[in-house]
Design a protein around this ligand. Structure first.
Ligand SMILES: NC(=O)c1ccc[n+]([C@@H]2O[C@H](COP(=O)([O-])OP(=O)(O)OC[C@H]3O[C@@H](n4cnc5c(N)ncnc54)[C@H](OP(=O)(O)O)[C@@H]3O)[C@@H](O)[C@H]2O)c1
Length: 317
């Protein structure tokens, strides 16, 4: 495993981390608990030490699952969870009020079966609550030792600067992958401020693994089509061209998987401290964690960057 320092937190974290949205079991088709447990075990054995979760992942189910299966392992792990977004009866509700933040924090501590959260992120900005209220409450939770580091997710650079007037923001989480490169500038800016960067959607909701060469049909309300847009036309067809470039590179590396190429690309970026990937089978965990065992050559990275750049232009058009 490759380890990087998560910005000003000083925490040494694995360059790829475990995402648990699908593990939560809502909005991602069928989730098998035993397979998820095996997947987590394989990721940890491979040296992954950062777990990303949220109360919004099926109303706390992902956190409860982690609390149950990680007993005895907590000390060696970095727990990142979030606040301000709830999942109630299939709907995501934003509430960054002090009251909601405190209640969610207490629940996360209980569900995760821990006395502190290493990194606590505000999941999404909330226009209805002044930042001062949210971050003042987070400072209190920090003083009480319930959370160690404060961060944000899905905040613009300006919003991060505003939040920094109230709390020390040490981590930011954003979507970033070969099919969603548009946050690059923002991530570079965040990184320059010494803020640790966590990137999500590293597998483009699965499309970068190459398993969807034909347009898939997901259940209504599946997050792969409601939250992500890679399965819509004309984007889906355009991404297939990128996959062909990745196929060529895979051949040069004795048939490594496309998932490994996608992860290698993300973790090669100096402004990405850890790339989160959603994993819920031992086979995927094995395949993904092996990505840290080899590197893309500089000319291959250039080739991929060109293809990613062209895709972004087409996606804007
Ligand atoms: N802060 C935020 O607002 C935010 C938003 C989204 C996500 N996140 C975090 O980031 C994590 C990662 O993002 P994500 O889970 O949304 O998307 P992702 O990691 O881009 O994609 C997950 C999908 O990739 C598939 N996959 C993973 N490895 C694979 C492999 N080796 N071969 C084939 N398919 C593979 C999974 O397949 P299966 O369906 O077969 O399991 C799953 O459907 C989340 O779990 C969550 O922790 C945060």
């Amino acid at each position: 495993m490759i380890y990087k320092t998560l910005g000003k937190t000083g925490l040494r974290v694995s360059a790829m981390s475990l995402g648990t949205w699908a593990i939560g079991g809502a909005g991602w088709g069928h989730t098998d608990e035993k397979a998820c447990q095996e997947a987590v075990a394989v990721m940890l054995d491979a040296g992954v030490n950062l777990i990303d979760t949220a109360p919004a992942y099926n109303g706390g189910e992902a956190e409860k699952f982690l609390g149950k299966i990680l007993k005895g392992k907590r000390e060696s792990l970095v727990y990142v969870t979030k606040t301000g977004t709830q999942y109630v009866n299939g709907t995501y509700i934003r509430d960054n009020s002090a009251k909601a933040v405190r209640r969610q924090c207490e629940e996360s501590l209980r569900y995760l079966d821990t006395d502190h959260i290493d990194v606590y992120l505000v999941h999404w900005p909330d226009q209805n609550v002044p930042m001062e209220e949210t971050f003042t409450e987070l400072n209190r939770l920090q003083e009480e030792g319930k959370i160690r580091h404060i961060g944000v997710s899905n905040f613009s650079l300006d919003q991060i600067k505003e939040a920094s007037c109230f709390s020390e923001i040490t981590v930011a989480q954003d979507q970033y992958s070969m099919v969603h490169e548009k946050e690059k500038e923002k991530l570079c800016g965040i990184h320059e401020l010494g803020i640790g960067t966590m990137t999500y959607g590293s597998m483009g909701a699965g499309i970068l693994s190459g398993k969807y060469r034909e347009k898939p049909v997901f259940d209504a309300g599946d997050m792969r089509t409601t939250f992500y847009s890679f399965f819509e036309e004309p984007v889906f067809t355009r991404i297939q061209e990128l996959l062909k470039e990745m196929d060529e590179i895979a051949k040069r590396h004795n048939g490594v998987s496309l998932s490994q190429i996608a992860l290698n690309w993300s973790i090669s970026k100096p402004y990405v401290d850890t790339a989160i990937v959603g994993v819920r089978s031992a086979a995927h965990a094995q395949e993904n964690s092996s990505a840290a065992g080899w590197k893309l050559a500089p000319e291959e990275l250039n080739l991929l960057d060109d293809a990613v750049g062209k895709l972004q232009v087409l996606m804007k058009g």
